[in-house]
Design a protein around this ligand. Sequence first.
Ligand code: HAM
Length: 441
Amino acid sequence: MAQAGRPKKIFQTPTGMHDILPEDWAYFQRILKVVEETANFYGFSRIETPIVEMQELFEKGIGLTTDILEKQMYSFKTKGGDYVSLRPEGTAPVSRAYIQHGMMNLPQPVKLWYFGPFFRYESPQAGRYRQFWGAGLEMLGEQGAVIDAQLIQIFYNILKELKFKNLIVEVNSIGCTSCRAYYKKLLVNYFKTREVSLCHDCRRRLRENPLRILDCKEEKCQPIKAQAPQIIDHLCDECHNHFKEVLEFLDELELPYHLNPYLVRGLDYYTKTVFEIFSEVTRKDEEGRDKETVVKNALIGGGRYDNLVKILGGKETPACGAAIGVERIVELMKECQIKPRLSSHQPQVFIAQLGSSAKRKSLKLFEDFRDVGILVTESFGRDSLKSQLRIADRLGVQYTLILGEQEAISGNIIIREMKTGRQDVVKFDKVVKEVKKRVKK
Ligand code: HAM
């Protein structure tokens, strides 16, 4: 019991996590529908992995010196003594499932997609949450550059289908383990001589993960980064040719892209192609004039991960994939005033009843309408006919069926056309058939 004088505790969602309210679920559903239809078209099958995985899967898969592993994991020890983590991303779990279920024996590539919540202990801010929803597509068992280009096209199509304009596709290649090792050395030598001018985080990255310095957003690191050696000039022949082919395929698809030599992505499993897709938004002032153009957080990020399956204990399996940040898409849809456009759940018929016998009959009638696929609604808790008609009016239904005590006894029911107010009395057992004839599909 609350003590006198002490305010009652109002529970809130945990920091950085949110409820998806019905009005937002419409956006989620729209995104899910577009992802699902696109994935089906390109021959992907759905997979859902557990929300909790062994912690080691992410340590091995994502890399111990990544921001995700260092700062953002929700990890705990179970009662049975296992160390587990809430999944921060979907690629390592899908690769684990590929190995566990022997999918290397299926015709390759194996194409899988997923849609669900992920967890990262981030500093919450716009577009960055501790629980967020992601939709990912993964293609395992194929090394050709055509796959990389097709995946970029698929994600581009998803955003186009959601009616986004001004999309920016950024691509880069971060090479394979052998050419990257050499490039890392070059990079470390370059940054070491400029270490004092780097931000605090980058000085740490220099020792732990020098590639990450390249996507540092700190002002003071920008001029130093700008002069740094670029990996594209140091790719081995195989990686160079692979990337060249990816770009040729993108040209063939007439998909506009930018080369971004600083794009390295925050997960250690990437090899060769990496990409991100952004949207540019023009904000208006009060008079409706263009005020500023801003590039939002990445909506989509992905790339090739040719070593991951092997790192996790499987056979050598080239792979490529990407994932969408669903909340970021929802926020952008709202900002760009893109409506979710789902099929209507607007009821066509309201059943109003008066008296206990009518209420009993109405309950069954409701189910009869459900059987024939007509959307009906009711307010069975109310007994006043007037208040029920008021609700029917507010809901904008085409017809209200009125079943009073009189009608219940005589085996009739009234069909009221809401627009005109015209009322017809029909036989109760014919009403479903009669309404079916009248409702606009
Ligand atoms: P990621 O870039 O870390 O990649 O995440 C994918 C997308 O999830 C991002 O582009 C962003 O839209 C969204 N996202 C990431 N963190 C947050 C957050 N804290 N709050 C809201 N949205 C967020 C991956 O996770 C890789 N598994 C993608 C992949 C699939 N690569 C290959 N296959």
